[in-house]
Write a protein that binds this ligand. Sequence first.
Ligand code: ADP
Length: 586
Amino acid sequence: MTTISASPGQAPESTRLTDGFHLVVDALKANDVETIYGVVGIPITDLARVAQASGIRYIGFRQETSAGNAAAAAGFLTGRPGVCLTVSAPGFLNGLAALANATTNCFPMILVSGSSNRAMVDLQRGDYGELDQLNVARPLAKAAYRISRIEDIGRGIARAVRTAVSGRPGGVYLDIPGDVLGQAMDAAAAADTVWRVVDPAPRQLPAPEAVERALEVLGRARRPLIVLGKGAAYARADDAIRKFVEDSGIPFLPTSMAKGLLPDSHPQCAAAARSLAVARADAVLLVGARLNWLLGHGDSPQWAEDAKFVQVDIAASEMDSNQPIVAPLVADIGSAMSALSGRLAAHPIAVPAYWVAELSERRARNEAKMRARLAENPHPMRFYNALAAIRSVLQENPEVYVVNEGANALDLARNVIDMELPRHRLDTGTWGVMGIGMGYAIAAAVETGRPVVAIEGDSAFGFSGMEVETICRYRLPVSVVILNNGGVYRGDEAVAGSAAGRFDPAPTVLNARARHELIAEAFGGKGYHATTPSELRAALAEAVASGGPSVIDCELDPGAGVESGHLSSLNPTSAAIPPPAVNAGA
Ligand code: ADP
């Protein structure tokens, strides 16, 4: 307990006071919050100071969305709510984008924002930073609460922690008006208002009959498949998952952030035969993975017409959201996988050899194709040969955390870069959002203390690029690799129509000659410029070994890359709009 007093050391215990700032910090500490990500300003600057003085690590960003993204990633990496602190109105709105993204991805996070005096806001009197933040946040968060009295601070933080991590994790907004932070109360009485949440994410056991039903479906299958999602990675049930996968012998497919939960090199991994596995599987066990757009909604022809879905999820309402779930297992993943393993002897699963062989053949064929692509050496560099260089450095450093965003930079890196360890890959997630890069990288470095490599498209990097300054200020072991083809998707689109006579580039074009590495040098980090795979390999190996901040600009062919990556089918098409022309000689 930190106390304030008019005359420290002299006041009797009964007259010692504390205030809202100290009480928020006390409540966060009581609930094991070790780090706050944020941007200071009115009315929360002193909150950050008090937190830092009391031993909580405060990481100050340049913009709140990145601070919020860091908090979200911290939630995914630790299983405890990541905390983001912002000022009112615009700062809150910037942070809210990250909170909504955290909720969409099922990451536990708490956005704490200072807000204006309620008496002003509710009569719309035009206060500094006036906005009805609680109601703005409500539809975009798992829950939104306001603390209106100093004596509710402990309760408010406990409620936020419980809500963020229990059941399906998500983002909680906590509104604290500035005047509440400034309120004072007797320190001893205040201490009694703070508590530690007991068992914040309790186990949820599956119903025994649901376990039997699931095993019966999988036992009857001729081509069973397990899909591991980022909920499975988040659940930290690595041993229980591995045991069921290996004891059942069922091939598995990780979604992008579940890569490494079991190593991509595992003999049962079907990632390199993904389309075939999905198209042919007749019974699919979804473990912490939603049948959303990323899994084609479970629809044919991507999936077999007769595919039967079994699903393990903590959220009962997730069942039947896209396809009939013939065997729902509503439970936490650790409990569900242990229960399945426990009953496997009574329901033995024999995966047919022809299914295993079919997948192995396809995997071998695709891996050979990949090797041939990676061995090509065009100049200027293209995505595959740049990624081959990155891959070789990461193979030598499997403990490195990988952050990945972009269009082509994401699609191709996901396939080229294998992961060997759980929760070591962070990417654009459920929304496919650009701008998570630096925030996620900072959180990975801060929370784990391990080296981080962020593989970025040049366009994606721009959304959070100023946070390179944050990376340098805190001397974090983050290497940012920018696959620079000079554009959104690619950098060689010609201008059309009336724009042709101006200096305006085409909508997708950025600057292929940009020297992004200079951003690192501006702030005391190390910059590298790579034009060949061997330069890139040497630069990245040195950067990772240095343990310090760096940016590597990789000069790619502006003609490398395809529009919208592999999602071009999601663009509406019109016969009236011709395909973009390419700059001659680009
Ligand atoms: P991916 O994008 O990798 O397919 P999703 O984010 O779509 O993964 O799905 C994650 C799912 O995991 C969510 O439906 C969420 O409710 C679920 N989930 C998260 N944590 C747990 C847990 N501890 N136990 C069970 N299910 C969980």
